[in-house]
Design a binder for this molecule. Structure first.
Ligand code: SF4
Length: 357
């Protein structure tokens, strides 16, 4: 297996954590192995957002404020905090005149306005694929349509998207919700979605919406992003052969939680989400011959490598990568960060991965 790194956080990712108890190599009826899903881990939007905070710290000095978690991963947030990032819930917690980064999940126009009113130097690290959904919402509302936003209530991305057309948007939380929602204008409906949903569940929600509202229109292109879709396709290939699937990702990471669900729906006998390797429980491995491993779009590869190291201790040293797609998408940095303090073009302006290649 090749060592894969994508360390937007560089050497800091190797910061020591408390020693974990080793796993035991217990016998099973078969040859132990790991199926490692690919693509997994960092997407282009997460990479860009993390590099944006790093670059802001470097360019403007600490502290740099970040509204909400820059990406939904406890390790990434903790590492950036150690470097001087200060994570806040709302704009009014930021001192006037300070630098404030908007997270990859995006914000509503009201938040942008609040930051401007406070005299903050805002840096918008919203993923361009979320911005695309914002633009759709604004356009559809301008056309007088009613928007059915498929997404999870309370998720930051959903709050930001709804904020672009608050009067015209109805949230649809689940397939069951499709049977309950009320609309004003059934002949003039269009649906859009959160970027990190289960593809299959979203299609089921649309099917049930269309049963009630046959005139419902589709968006011009997929809102569930390439990274979410690719990670789901990869784990679907792994899951039918897996006695256990381990998904590395944080509890508030929508696409990571979806990977656990998709693994179970696709035939994995068990699936668990963890932040760190030391959360793997010995009993999960009892009787498991094949272990699938993947990670959400906000997870640095170093955390997956630590999981593989822990599994190797337990006898799962044979690792086979199951690749279902190649990814080479990169996004340019937010415009506020595209040059160095002396006015030169920054080599990371094309995105973190490019600069580190
Ligand atoms: S998961 Fe998709 S929408 Fe979210 S940051 Fe990554 S590429 Fe962008």
């Amino acid at each position: 297996m090749s060592g894969i790194t994508n360390g937007a956080l560089g050497v800091a990712l190797a910061a020591p954590r408390p020693q974990r108890a080793p796993l035991e190599d217990r016998p099973v009826a078969g040859r132990k192995r790991v199926l490692l899903a690919s693509p997994r881990g960092y997407c282009a939007g997460v990479d860009r957002a993390v590099v944006a905070v790093e670059k802001a710290l470097e360019s403007f000095g600490a502290p740099v404020y970040v509204r909400k978690q820059i990406v939904h991963n406890v390790h990434v947030v903790s590492e950036l905090e150690q470097r001087g990032a200060v994570f806040v819930d709302e704009v009014d917690q930021v001192p006037e005149g300070a630098h404030l980064v908007f997270s990859a999940h995006g914000v509503s126009p009201a938040v942008v306005q609040a930051a401007a009113d406070r005299g903050l130097a805002a840096i918008d690290a919203t993923c361009p694929l979320v911005t695309k959904v914002h633009r759709e919402a604004t356009r559809f509302a301008g056309q007088g349509r009613q928007i059915l936003l498929i997404g999870h209530a309370g998720h930051e991305e959903v709050e930001g998207t709804m904020g672009h057309a608050p009067e015209r948007t109805v949230l649809v939380n689940s397939p069951d919700d499709a049977d309950r929602i009320e609309v004003d204008d059934p002949e003039n409906l269009v649906w859009i979605s959160q970027t990190t949903l289960s593809v299959d569940e979203t299609m089921e929600t649309v099917r049930r919406l269309r049963e009630r509202f046959p005139a419902l229109q589709d968006p011009p292109s997929d809102d569930i992003c390439y990274a979410t879709q690719n990670r789901q396709v990869a784990i679907k290939k792994v899951a039918p052969e897996a006695d256990l699937v381990i998904v590395v990702g944080s509890a508030n990471s929508s696409n990571s939680v979806r990977l656990v669900e998709v693994a179970l729906e696709s035939g994995a006998r068990a699936a668990h989400r963890i932040d760190y390797a030391d959360e793997i429980r010995q009993e999960w491995l009892d009787g498991a011959v094949t272990v699938g491993v993947t990670s959400g779009a906000s997870v640095p590869e170093v955390l997956v490598q630590e999981v593989l190291a822990a599994l190797a201790e337990a006898g799962y040293g044979e690792v086979e990568e199951v690749r279902t797609a190649e990814e080479d998408l990169m996004f340019s940095l937010p415009k506020e960060l595209r040059s160095t303090p002396d006015g030169q073009a920054d080599p990371r302006a094309l995105g973190g991965r490019a600069a580190r290649a």
